[in-house]
Design a binder for this molecule. Structure first.
Ligand code: TA6
Length: 291
């Protein structure tokens, strides 16, 4: 008698007193999501190799962001009137469904609506929905709805931390010809001429009008992650490098070398949502061997 592999989903006691959602697809890919922040914490290949970086020094305390995985950025990107990258990543989301679909895809729906604390911070009626689907790919759909009677402006992003052997060897393909805002050079705008973008030091760039398809290549691992996006205009490439990492207490010494952030988002030009309007954005990640 042969047993066909099946997908599964369960709850596990996570850190910070939160119950984590742990899913395994019949292909062997695994996923962990924390309702705190609506945050994917891990995405692991069938062989056990993690494709996302999660800091070993990450804090799992109320009010603090978890460094790693795929934080959800809303309604503000970066620093501003609200906490850095907004309040969605430090809020407790509702888990609306956790199920295995007939085709074996694991589907998880999370949502966030403003509580009194959030309304005091940001007086707009909104709802966020994040749908995460694990098959041999990791698909995420982020929906922002204006539930109020007046327009509001917001930025959104999926702040993905990718695990790499050595960021100084990492190659990002698909950005050539784009203009980018360089946050390390006074937000000046430059043009990317390289077919293959490599990082030789600290990098904090917002590539504008980025294509729907880019590759993050880890030559040492002979592998790549393909990032496919819709409804996200920009891509941020970030690594603090050695000096910048020293100001991040939730990043172990030297850990900066094993991560690179490539973040799909609507950042350079925040989106205005009219009453009842929904903005839908998707990101699909797929592992690919890369010779
Ligand atoms: O993603 C780029 C960025 O905005 C950088 O400027 C850096 O601040 C990074 O986000 C990390 O932000 P965090 O608030 O998670 O430490």
């Amino acid at each position: 008698m042969t047993f066909a592999p099946k997908s599964s989903i369960r709850r596990e006691q996570g850190r910070g007193g939160v119950s984590w959602i742990v899913a395994e697809h019949l292909s062997g890919y695994q996923l962990t999501i924390s309702p705190y922040g609506g945050q994917v914490l891990s995405w692991i290949r069938p062989c056990g190799s993690p494709l996302l970086f999660l800091s070993e020094a990450a804090t799992f305390e109320p009010g603090k962001a978890i460094r790693g995985g795929i934080p959800v950025v809303f309604p503000q990107f970066g620093k501003g009137e609200l906490p850095p990258h907004g309040f969605a990543r430090t809020a407790l989301w509702d888990a609306d469904w956790e199920e295995v679909l007939p085709n074996g895809t694991v589907s998880i729906g999370l949502s966030l609506r403003p509580d009194s604390l959030v309304r005091a911070l940001w007086p707009h009626a909104f709802s966020l929905q994040l749908v995460v689907e694990l098959s041999q790919r990791l698909a995420m759909t982020l929906r922002v709805t204006n539930e109020g009677t007046a327009p509001f402006s917001c930025s959104t992003a999926l702040h993905s931390y990718f695990a790499v052997s050595d960021v100084s060897q990492c190659i990002i393909r698909g950005l050539s010809g784009l203009s980018y805002i360089d946050l390390l050079r006074g937000r000046e705008v430059f043009r990317e001429e390289r077919q293959e973008v490599t990082l030789g030091g600290a990098c904090d760039r917002i590539y504008r009008g980025a294509p729907s398809d880019v590759h993050i290549v880890d030559p040492a691992a002979m592998s790549a992650v393909r990032l496919m996006k819709t409804g996200f205009e920009d891509l941020v490439v970030w690594n603090p490098w050695e000096q910048g990492a020293k100001s991040l207490p939730d990043l172990r010494e030297g850990a900066w070398r094993r991560m690179v952030c490539v973040e799909a988002g609507n950042i350079a030009v925040p989106r205005v949502l009219l009453p009842s309007e929904t903005q839908e954005s998707t990101q699909v990640l797929a592992f690919e061997p890369a010779g």
